[in-house]
Design a protein around this ligand. Structure first.
Ligand code: SF4
Length: 493
């Protein structure tokens, strides 16, 4: 148990998340102006604010010594104070635990965004390195990774004026079965088979609204995700993509992706439809190339099915295929990851996305955590290194990165790509560089109202609810577009 006691509610969230990063899975309690109880067992962090600064005092039961560090405010700026506080607390916790966190005191999900900001200010690489080390306490390895990715993203974004366009996300919330770790909006297709047409009709209504509203704004990329879009029938996929092409001006679209995702939803007919409809990037996501693990995570397909789906996609003519893998799946150790990477190498996709298992609240895995706790997150750092080395040996470079809460080893998810196959949509959504309008159940629209400021509009997750309340989903977007018309569409909406 960890108790954070504060003399006032100031930077509580920052202190909490940093403690959480050092002690993943530990119970953390926040109190105000309490004294340590005699029977207390654990770490007690007293935070005392004064006019001139803040003092952290850390005691641990069974440990005689008390650690103490003080930050003296010499500036009124809240952002500056937050930085100083985080640096101080990071060093204190690092000394106490003997741990260095790979991403230092950065607890947010988009570390590359900070690096991009530094580079966009015109600072040299050396200045950027110094800042990342001194202010954010990142390890050298992560500094180099973040700089490489930020440079790659800036290079890709410099190819066009992303600030005047937008992207479209379309969500199909059905999957063949629900994976153990899933935290997305996903419902077993078997239960919804009879109502997919009805779902598409609601989706078309929402898409029609977006197309009319955004008709004067350039559409840069389209992503159909989910769920698993290929749970739809081939003709439904044709109708959906045809509808998008008819309603939206796709003449400037640089990338049109479909998450084929699960091999157990892929057929030749569907791949042919995607190819004929002009889709240039698909994903076939194994997560692991070990049959035993596929069973544990609730997949009803084999490694052989993954190989067949991949071969089929090549035969049909797809030249940009992404594969997703997850590190730290239940029962997997370093040798499983090596095996997965060797098998993926034989297939040679153009993109690889490496996830570290994140235990999100909604996932069944979290619900059954006791059954798997000992098996998960074994040596995630070593696994990450293997995946990175193998990606490099396939001729890939890292090009986007994000973190999630509760990630194994406090690490990250990294997207790798071969030259010329960088996924634009992934960069745009991760770095929040332009508005992404999302349609479908559970879809989340991110309106960029000004540089660095996102206004989110969520659609309801439940499919029946989405269909019944489709006008409300549209109305939610309308309200924001009315309010921020000039910022989002340059007054053209
Ligand atoms: S394929 Fe993806 S969206 Fe579908 S159940 Fe598995 S994790 Fe969830």
């Amino acid at each position: 148990m960890i108790q954070i006691d504060l003399s006032m509610d100031y930077f509580q969230y920052d202190i909490y998340t940093l403690i959480q990063a050092f002690f993943p899975g530990e119970e953390i309690k926040v109190t105000f102006q309490e004294e340590i109880q005699k029977e207390f067992n654990g770490i007690f962090l007293k935070t005392i604010y004064t006019e001139s600064g803040v003092t952290f005092r850390l005691t641990e039961s069974g440990c005689e010594s008390i650690r103490e560090k003080t930050v003296v405010w010499d500036n009124d700026d809240r952002k500056w104070r937050k930085r100083q506080l985080k640096i101080c607390l990071y060093h204190m916790l690092s000394e106490h635990t003997g741990k260095l966190l790979p991403w230092g005191n950065l607890t947010g999900i988009r570390p590359v965004k900070i690096v991009m900001n530094i580079l966009e200010q015109g600072k040299t690489l050396e200045e950027a390195r110094r800042e990342l080390k001194e202010i954010y306490c990142m390890t050298d390895e992560k500094i180099e990774l973040a700089l490489e990715i930020a440079n790659e993203e800036l290079r890709k974004l410099s190819e066009f004026d992303y600030s005047t366009g937008y992207s479209l996300y379309v969500g199909i919330p059905f999957c063949p079965t629900t994976c153990l770790y899933c935290s997305f909006t996903s419902y077993p297709i078997i239960r919804w088979k009879e109502r997919t047409e009805e779902y598409l009709q609601s989706l078309f209504e929402e898409l029609t609204y977006i197309s009319e509203k955004m008709k004067n704004v350039r559409l840069d990329s389209v992503y159909i995700g989910g769920g698993t879009p290929t749970t739809l029938e081939a003709e439904q996929l044709r109708a959906l993509i045809g509808f998008i092409r008819e309603k939206f001006d796709c003449s400037h679209v640089k990338e049109f992706s479909v998450e084929a995702g699960r091999p157990d939803s892929i057929t030749r007919e569907k791949l042919v439809v995607l190819k004929e409809s002009g889709i240039d990037r698909i994903s076939i996501n194994p997560q692991t190339m070990n049959d035993e693990t596929l069973k544990v995570i609730g997949r009803q397909h084999s490694v052989e099915d993954i190989r067949k789906a991949f071969a089929l996609a090549r035969e049909v003519g797809f030249s940009t295929i992404n594969m997703d893998i997850i590190l730290g799946l239940p029962g997997e150790n370093v040798s499983h990851v090596k095996h997965t990477m060797e098998e993926i190498k034989k297939l040679s996709p153009e993109n690889l996305t490496v996830h570290t298992l994140a235990l999100k609240r909604a996932a069944r895995l979290k619900l059954h955590i006791d059954d798997y706790e000992e098996d998960i997150n074994a040596a995630p750092e070593e696994m990450m290194k293997i995946a990175a080395q193998e990606a490099e040996s396939m001729g890939m470079k890292p090009y986007y990165l994000y973190r999630q809460k509760n990630m194994g080893g406090n690490l990250e998810n990294v997207g790798y790509a071969k030259e010329g196959h960088t996924g634009l949509y992934n960069i745009l959504i991760m770095e929040e560089k332009q508005t992404i309008i999302a349609a479908g159940a559970g879809a989340s629209t991110k309106f960029l109202v000004e540089e660095g400021q996102i206004h989110r509009v969520e659609n309801v997750k439940d499919v029946s609810n989405y269909m019944e309340r489709i006008h409300e989903m549209i109305e939610r977007k309308e309200e924001v577009l009315k309010e921020y018309d000039s910022q989002i569409c340059g007054g053209l909406c």
